[in-house]
Design a protein around this ligand. Structure first.
Ligand SMILES: [Mg+2]
Length: 150
């Protein structure tokens, strides 16, 4: 089995849209720090095709899937909200205890990391970094194609 890590924001959860639609988005001290917006991680919409695609991975016998996300240190509620978000959109038995929150993704051992940003160790990941949203992997369709999943 291949170990595959899936980032949340910008890959599975639509953080960009969530921060734009948040009522405090244009108010100090949240300008430039959307990660501190109260409750912003709680009600994010899924990224297009993300739920179906991750479910394909979760149900695939060749992949051992974990969510690997960074929760803002200065927004402790975000840690709780990410835990609640994954059970809102995925069948709990498939993802139970498969949420890893950390700032050092390069320390995780595995084969693939699907992540939209290079930060928090993503670009130094020892396996293959699938740069979600890049020209090579612009969307979930291209990611599944790369992983040979129809
Ligand atoms: Mg991200």
């Amino acid at each position: 089995m291949k170990i595959i890590y899936v980032d949340l924001d910008g890959v599975v959860a639509d953080f960009d849209r969530g921060k734009k639609e948040h009522p405090l988005g244009n108010i100090t001290p949240y300008i430039g720090r959307p990660d501190k917006l109260p409750g912003v991680y709680e009600n994010l919409d899924p990224v297009e095709d993300s739920i179906e695609s991750v479910n394909k991975l979760l149900n695939h016998p060749d992949f051992d899937v974990y969510f690997l996300s960074t929760a803002p240190w200065d927004n402790p509620d975000a840690w709780t909200h990410k835990r609640l978000w994954v059970v809102k959109y995925f069948e709990e038995k498939l993802i139970r205890k498969r949420l890893i929150l950390c700032h050092h993704k390069h320390l995780m051992i595995g084969d693939y990391l699907i992540d939209d940003r290079r930060f928090n160790g993503a670009s130094e990941f020892q396996g293959k970094w699938i740069h979600f949203g890049s020209e090579e992997y612009p969307n979930w369709k291209s990611v599944l194609k790369y992983l040979n999943i129809g």
